[in-house]
Ligand binder design. Structure first.
Ligand code: PLP
Length: 464
């Protein structure tokens, strides 16, 4: 039997993209009619003389671009309806392009996922899953979500069993769930001295005592952790080993190994926040790989795909997952099944990798603008991260710098917002470059910050 097999001659780009382009052209000219089933991937790979992986990527690309649709195990079909426009919606539909330039929010670049959402919603409109999305799916929902999550965690080097993953409403919820599952009022939670600010409020509401641990070069110091564990009986450690907020540092594998050993020695539960984990293409293994018996690994799709999906994952050792699932049920019953389904589809069909690649590319471009505009002594950053940590010259008090920047139309966050001990506020501000819609606005905002750094102190009208 002959199968549909496109000619790739005359096309340019990677082979998978050429195949996906050929699928798009055949759909457009009727060579592949609406509803037609594409050949099994293995057969097409054989016919074209390419690897199975190449065809898998090509089908994923064609799916993400809206030419075809498919469900794992059921084949890939030309869409019944005209494919939605593959043009990405303009970013300015999602975030303001007038008013203050907002460097205060650590969110991914907007607008990129809306094209994929349009394609997924069109697929779902004809799906027989709709009723189940409206039904209760307590206790994690269908197994394929956890299986998709396991594939996503493999991207950061964590080989996970689906049974050891719980779905959450994002990483913020995941952290809360991890705390609920492991700690009781009065327990001691260790954190880096500078850390993700909402932890302070969570600990306060749960009646936990937070004890900060000193960092070295922006990441948790194993020696300081050892010393602190010698002084206080702590239950858990919350930390951010990859693209730390606010310092931007990533802990190397030696330090991760030392932290894992210390946690083991003092029987600490480790709550590893890896929300930026898929941004660096080449990164050290998560702590969850080095201390798997005690690590609750928390991540989400908020930074890599879209924060509005509100889908996150907690992975942990089997003996802790019951408490984790109970905490999910207690705090939210379940993440909305529709959103979980969209995230799973995107992971399985390659859309998630494509969107993550867009974030990586945009982060790199914006970081290179920061390198060009902000002098080296006032800039600590990872070329793959969303944010920049700006140590201030002595003549600038961080609060005054923030107010002056605001008066000139740029929002930044002062270092003190991340300090557990208010008397140890760092003399720095954080700039998040990814939230703004356009590179032009990022450049404008960075120019304002660079001007301020050059100036000897406040000049403008302060806006409180
Ligand atoms: C370090 C860190 N952890 C966790 C979160 C929460 O992420 P999510 O949007 O998935 O709840 C954020 C969001 O800004 C973050 O910056």
């Amino acid at each position: 039997m002959t199968i549909w097999c496109p000619s790739l001659t005359g096309r340019t780009g990677p082979v998978f993209r050429r195949i996906a382009d050929a699928i798009g052209d055949s759909v457009a000219d009727g060579g592949l009619p609406r509803g037609a089933r594409l050949p099994p991937q293995r057969d097409l790979a054989h016919a074209l003389g390419v690897s199975l992986n190449t065809v898998t990527r090509a089908y994923a690309d064609a799916t993400a671009r809206g030419f075809v649709c498919g469900e794992v195990g059921r084949g890939t079909y030309v869409r019944d309806k005209a494919p939605p426009s593959t043009r990405e919606p303009a970013a300015d539909l999602a975030r303001p392009v007038t008013g203050p330039i907002d460097f205060s929010r650590n969110l991914p670049t907007p607008g990129q996922a809306a094209g994929a959402l349009a394609a997924s919603l069109a697929d779902l409109a004809g799906s027989n899953l709709l009723a189940s999305f409206l039904d209760d799916q307590t206790a994690g929902g269908p197994e394929h979500h956890a299986a998709a999550a396991a594939q996503w965690l493999a991207r950061v080097g964590l080989e996970a069993r689906a049974d050891d993953i719980a779905l959450t409403n994002g990483a913020q919820h995941g952290i809360l769930v991890a705390l609920l599952a492991t700690m009781r009022p009065g327990d001691v939670l260790l954190t880096e001295a500078l850390t993700y600010a909402p932890i302070k409020a969570m600990a306060h509401h749960l009646g936990l005592r937070i004890v900060p641990v000193a960092s070295e070069d922006g990441v948790l110091s194993p020696d300081a952790l050892e010393a602190t564990c010698g002084r206080v009986a702590a239950t858990a450690l919350y930390c951010l080993p990859t693209l730390h907020t606010p310092t931007t540092a990533t802990m190397d594998v030696d330090r991760r190994t030392a932290i894992a050993a210390t946690a083991r020695r003092h029987d600490l539960v480790v709550i590893e926040d890896d929300v930026f984990g898929t941004l660096p293409p080449d990164r050290p293994p998560p702590l969850a790989c080095l201390a798997p018996e005690r690590t609750l690994y928390v991540t989400s799709v908020s930074k890599s795909l879209a924060p509005g999906l509100r889908v996150g994952y907690v992975h942990g050792p089997p003996d802790r997952m019951r408490a984790v699932r109970s905490a999910v049920t207690l705090s939210s019953w379940m993440p909305p099944p529709l959103m979980a389904d969209i995230a799973s589809r995107w992971i399985l069909d390659g859309t998630a990798d494509r969107l993550n690649a867009v974030q990586r590319e945009e982060a790199a471009a914006r970081q290179s603008m920061a390198r060009a505009l902000i002098p080296g002594e006032s800039r600590v950053a990872d070329p793959q991260g969303f944010h920049v940590w700006v140590p201030l010259p002595p003549h600038w008090h961080p609060d005054v710098f923030r107010m002056e920047a605001r008066a000139r139309g740029v929002k930044v966050v002062v270092g003190g917002a991340f300090a557990i001990d208010p008397s140890a506020s760092p003399h720095a501000v954080r700039l998040c470059l990814s939230h703004e819609s356009t590179r032009a606005r990022v450049r404008e905002g960075l120019t304002v910050v660079a001007d301020l750094l050059r100036e000897g102190g406040p000049r403008g009208t302060l806006v409180l």
